[in-house]
Design a protein around this ligand. Structure first.
Ligand SMILES: Nc1ncnc2c1ncn2[C@@H]1O[C@H](COP(=O)(O)OP(=O)(O)O)[C@@H](O)[C@H]1O
Ligand SMILES: [Mg+2]
Length: 256
């Protein structure tokens, strides 16, 4: 199979139990280069749990995962990051008591250490400069990268998390409701960023409740219902109403 069509990521039979709660009940999924894949579903359907598994944050109960054609067992989020899998978490994992620029390098201390050596202060300057350039490139306005993340609004924090994933995700970007706290213009910017990531050939898995946005941005929409992926839809062909029918389970009932 050529590089273009080989899935970047494949998962098979992934389950996750929390005591009696079956958050995932056998998920199969393939993500190919350059695709923007929407993941929708009602609250509690298992979307964040699935992203947790794909990002190394959650250990699945069962199932296997293939990354670039090789079996992989993700041991931690930093393991996933080292493979080029970058995640925007729903609960906004920014460290509030450190500057914005340091948040952009969070979890990459290794790289910082490598460059720093005897020239520690130079390295810091360089990271600040690069953080400024990255944020400028995203055109998301946040003021000075030297201010603490705690000074930012929810939307600005979300924008930083998106900028981080976009600049570091070299193989796969996972976004769990990245636009939930954003204003209209910022949502639009994030939409453009997602498009630019996919153009680089890096696929994006996008969780969003904004179905018009999902229809506009995604090549494919997966619907989760009670821990399973129940539909794989072409958003250009299906209406919002049809997608909602799958989300609520009504479409499943009709099939029975
Ligand atoms: N850490 C956890 N401990 C116990 N139950 C959890 C945990 N995380 C998620 N769940 C449960 O798993 C199910 C799926 O949750 P989640 O993946 O967050 O859904 P979604 O993101 O689609 O809203 C829910 O019933 C939720 O309560
Ligand atoms: Mg969720």
């Amino acid at each position: 199979m050529d590089e273009q069509s080989r899935p970047v990521l494949r998962v098979e039979g992934v389950t996750k139990h929390y005591g009696h709660v079956q958050a995932l009940r056998g998920v199969d999924l393939e993500i190919r280069p350059g695709e923007v894949v929407g993941l929708v579903g009602d609250n509690g359907a298992g979307k964040s749990t699935l992203v947790g598994v794909l990002s190394g944050a959650t250990v699945p109960t069962e199932g296997r995962m293939e990354f670039e054609g090789e079996d992989v067992v993700l041991s931690s989020p930093s393991h996933a990051r080292s493979l080029g899998i970058e995640t925007v978490y729903q609960d906004l994992a920014l460290a509030l008591d450190i500057p914005i620029w340091a948040n952009l390098y969070l979890g990459r201390e290794q790289r910082a250490k490598g460059i720093a050596g005897a020239l520690g202060w130079l390295d810091r300057k360089r990271m600040i400069r690069e953080a400024e350039a990255e944020l400028r490139a995203t055109r998301i306005r946040i003021g000075s990268v030297r201010s603490r993340a705690s000074a930012l609004s929810g939307g600005q924090r979300q924008a930083i998390a998106v900028a981080r994933s976009v600049s570091w995700g070299s193989k796969l970007v996972l976004m769990d409701e990245p636009t939930a706290a954003l204003g209209v213009e910022q949502q639009h910017r994030v939409g453009e960023l997602i498009g630019s990531v996919a153009e680089r050939g890096v696929p994006v898995l996008l969780i969003s409740h904004n179905l018009p946005q999902v229809r506009e941005l995604c090549d494919r929409v997966l619907v989760m219902y009670r821990g399973r992926i129940v539909a794989d839809l072409d958003p250009k062909r299906e209406s919002v109403e049809t997608i909602i029918g799958w989300i609520t389970g009504a479409a499943l009932e009709e099939q029975r």
